[in-house]
Design a protein around this ligand. Structure first.
Ligand code: PNS
Length: 159
């Protein structure tokens, strides 16, 4: 069975993430989406809130699981018996960090390879940080956040 882990901050999940999830879910037997912590970011949603938002946003997509983990990605991948780690690439600016992370994870857990999916062109501009920034300042970009969670995300960011 081919199991892949798709890790991220998902603070909150965007349509860019959904695009990667849909495309990765048909490549593997099981795709485990894992909310993790990024030392460089201060999230506004708790891990449980992010898991719940992802579950609602991905309802109907087959062969996925959603969870959170507080430790190393390499340990989580090992625990899941995953042979693959999925990451989305938007632009060249993502590459250096992603390359370093892939090499580190393979050093820590050689049984998993990182697979990069290039983002679909329509989502190249999109990131959770941009979405939060726009909402915080009174704006809203249609098609940036999955429709079933949009209202709750906006309420949390701009109460
Ligand atoms: O969505 P993000 O913020 O780009 O995801 C980055 C994330 C959370 C996948 C990364 O920071 C991570 O793997 N965190 C878990 C801790 C870990 O394993 N760190 C070492 C990575 S080399």
């Amino acid at each position: 069975m081919k199991t892949a882990v798709y890790p991220g901050s998902f603070d909150p999940i965007t349509m860019g993430h959904i695009d990667i999830i849909k495309r990765a879910s048909v490549m593997f037997d099981k795709l485990v989406i894992c909310v993790m912590s990024n030392a460089k970011k201060t999230p506004i949603f708790t891990p449980d809130e992010r898991v719940e938002l992802i579950k609602r946003a991905t309802a109907g997509i087959e062969n996925i699981e959603v969870t959170s983990y507080g430790g190393l990605l390499a340990d989580f991948a090992k625990q899941q018996g995953a042979g693959f780690i999925v990451r989305g690439l938007r632009a060249l600016s993502d590459f250096e960090y992603e390359f370093q992370m892939a090499l580190t994870n393979r050093k820590l857990y050689p049984d998993a390879d990182t697979v990069f999916l290039t983002t679909s062109a329509e989502y190249m501009y999109l990131s959770s940080s941009i979405v939060k920034e726009i909402i915080r300042n009174g704006g809203f970009v249609k098609d940036a956040i999955p429709e079933p969670i949009a209202e709750d995300v906006i309420k949390k960011i701009r109460p």
